[in-house]
Each structure stands twice: as C-alpha cells, then as structure tokens.
Design a protein. Structure first.
Length: 131
C-alpha cells in the first residue's frame, strides 16, 4: 500500500471539520464533496457555471495528487432541484464525454449553503486515464 497524501484547497472547514479536499492512497484519489463557491465566497446563481466551478476545484485537487480528470472512474452529483439537471448534465458531459466514469446523481433536500445548486465528489485511479 502506498503512502497517504492529503490535499488541501485552503477551505477553513478542512481544519475545523478535520477533512481533506482530496486524499491519495496508492494509485487511488478520492475527492471530497465539492461546492461551487469562489475563493471570495461568492456563488454564481447559474447551475452550469456552478458545475464548471466544482469541476475546476476538483481538477486542481486531482492535479495536486498527480491525477487528471481523465483518471476519474466515478462521479457523484448531489443536486437540489431536478430542474437544474439538464444544465449540470451538459457540463458533466463536456468534462467527461470521452472518460465516461460511472455516475450517480442524487436529488437532496438541501446542501450546506442555500445558494449551492449542486455538490460533486469524484474518485480517480491513476494510470487508467479514459478516452
């Protein structure tokens, strides 16, 4: 088994809650639920923009762990409003059309911040890049 590498995005919740944005263990990278918040705390109200923001944060965490979005084998999308599904699914398709990871999309009653329309988590395995 390889060494455990903790990846931080600088969120204050990582320290107070005791979690990491991502954890790499051997060839596996698991990225925590990722919300669409900008560094200044703002959240774009557009669901597609929120999805792009989530995948940008996830991409940076994967890169810090030595992986890429092409290494992703599973995604989970937590969605508050089913009316936003098409816009979010389109962005997911833009990012993963060639990779085609396993996906679960779950409709939830709410997320931590009322402006968040989605939260995304992914799992990646290094060396199995899709496409």
């Amino acid at each position: 088994m390889g060494e455990r590498q903790l990846i931080s995005s600088g969120s204050p919740f990582e320290t107070s809650m005791g979690y990491s944005r991502a954890v790499r263990a051997g060839d596996r990278v698991v990225v925590a639920g990722t919300a669409p918040q900008s560094p200044d705390g703002t959240v774009d109200p557009d669901p597609a923009a929120q999805a792009r923001r989530c995948f940008a944060i996830i991409g940076a965490a994967l890169e810090a762990a030595g992986a890429t979005l092409s290494d992703v084998v599973r995604t989970r999308v937590y969605l508050v409003d089913t009316a936003d599904f098409d816009a979010i699914a389109e962005v997911h398709g833009e990012v993963f059309r060639e990779v085609r990871p396993a996906n679960t999309t779950i409709v939830v009653a709410a997320l931590l911040h009322p402006a968040w329309k989605l939260e995304v988590e992914v799992e990646a395995i290094l060396g199995v890049a899709g496409g």
